[in-house]
Design a protein around this ligand. Structure first.
Ligand code: PBG
Length: 303
């Protein structure tokens, strides 16, 4: 009764990968317990999550074809758009769509590139197109994750122009250039062909910059903001929540998940206790919502 904070299933969001090239669910080796779903299995999987009481999902797509400009990201019949339709038909889940080019570009970067350079401003209209196609498919919330400057403003303007005034934006506002995304890049096949993401993602040494980035996103119309990764950036989470007081999400990323799973497999950590403690600490640091690959497991434990 004297606990100051309590973890609730109501605040957890389960990420799901949907692979256009498969029929049956496929295990993700770098993330034990996680699977890629197919367009044939996604409705059933979503129904299972809904029955367990998971309130929301965050979708990532693996397209059949990638190209220089990531065109499957904004194809009205792309893999994510089709997955949204199927989930919305089958369930009442809140559907959040990751909005980025990196899973769809042949070079793996989050924007258009010229030579070795990622082109910020040229990428913005494509993000607007992607947002419209996701909203049209039925997404409740779009979540731009590419850290392009001006992306939230461009997406808000594009959505409003098409009449999607009630589609919310959850911005990955303080997203660090983190090594903890490693397992995700295998899961989503979004490794880059050259360079790194340090020209658009944040330097782990910086804290004030996170507040700047978050403020800009809010001024551009973000409804919710995010700190990512979670556990190595709890100080950032606390200051973002204290400074702005807006709905704040934290992303317990693939590397955070896989670290615990790997240690648990070795018998060095207790899986359930380690997840519960880390999720509680993220909640304590100010997260209103937590995106975690462990959401389904949490729901099952509490069923
Ligand atoms: C795409 C994106 C990434 C993640 C979410 N969206 C990878 C990256 O930026 O390299 C990482 C999620 C995770 O590690 O769980 N921009």
């Amino acid at each position: 009764m004297v606990s100051e904070n309590r973890l609730s299933l109501q605040s957890l969001i389960q990420p799901i990968f949907i692979d256009e090239r498969i029929k049956d669910p496929k295990a993700i080796e770098s993330m034990p317990g996680q699977f890629r779903q197919s367009l044939l299995t996604i409705a059933e999987e979503a129904g299972k999550l809904e029955d367990l009481g998971v309130p929301a999902v965050l979708l990532f797509g693996l397209p059949e074809h990638k190209d220089e400009s990531g065109s499957q990201a904004y194809d009205p019949h792309g893999v994510v758009q089709e997955a949204v339709r199927r989930i919305k038909e089958a369930t009442g889940l809140v559907v959040i769509t990751d909005l980025c080019l990196c899973e769809y570009t042949s070079h793996g970067h989050c924007g258009l590139v010229r030579g070795q350079e990622v082109l910020n401003d040229e990428t913005l209209p494509l993000l607007g197109e992607a947002a419209i196609s996701q909203a049209e498919a039925g997404a409740d919330i779009v979540a731009p994750s590419g850290m392009m400057d001006g992306m939230v403003g461009a997406i808000r303007a594009a959505l409003d122009l098409e009449g999607y005034i009630d589609t919310l934006i959850l911005s990955y506002s303080a997203k660090y250039a983190s090594t903890f995304y490693g397992p995700f890049r295998e899961a989503a096949e979004s490794s880059f062909a050259f360079g790194d993401r340090k020209s658009y993602q944040m330097d782990p040494a910086n804290a004030a910059e996170a507040l700047w980035e978050t403020q800009l996103d809010l001024e551009e119309g973000a409804d919710m903001v995010m700190v990512k990764p979670a556990l190595p950036y709890l100080d950032i989470l606390r200051s973002v929540k204290d400074r702005f007081g807006v709905p704040t999400a934290a992303y317990q990323v693939s590397g955070e998940y896989s670290m615990i799973m790997a240690a648990a497999k070795m018998g060095w950590l207790n899986e359930n206790a380690a997840f519960l403690e880390s999720l509680l600490s993220i909640n304590r640091a100010g997260a209103d919502m937590i995106i975690t690959y462990w959401a389904e497991e949490y729901a099952r434990l509490n069923a």
